[in-house]
Unconditional design. Sequence first.
Length: 163
Amino acid sequence: MNARGALGKYGENLAARQLVAAGMKILARNWRSGPGGEIDIVALDHDTLVICEVKTRRGRPDHTGHTDRTGRTGRTDHADRTGHADRTDHAGRSDRTGPVPVPPFQHPMAAITPAKADRLRTLAERWLHHNGGPPPGGVRIDLIGILLPSRGAPFVEHAQGVA
């Protein structure tokens, strides 16, 4: 397993523990139905089926936790390979010429695009088709965003009904 896969698996394990601690029952993890993606976690919250997308990000050492409404950090100091400070904004514009700065940090909760929301709804329909239809409480699509800072405990944020 590569580093990206290990990061994703670690995040999914944290998310599953969070859901169980919230009283949910895990029904499946990494569920696939042919091409078109996978559902990270399928859970039952009382009588509601929960399709859960998990996004895990490593916090950069310079990340202060401040994000704009798109989930990206605002202006951030970077150091290029020569050690010169470089001020960049979330669009990647730099205050000086030289090497291209590190791409901006994107908060995990900014990961649900309209296309991803559509894909999750399609996967939820496939799950229901393979598993006998919706439960009495219906279906909800949640997102768990996990930020792993360079030091300290992970930040876990659970947003319900995102799509």
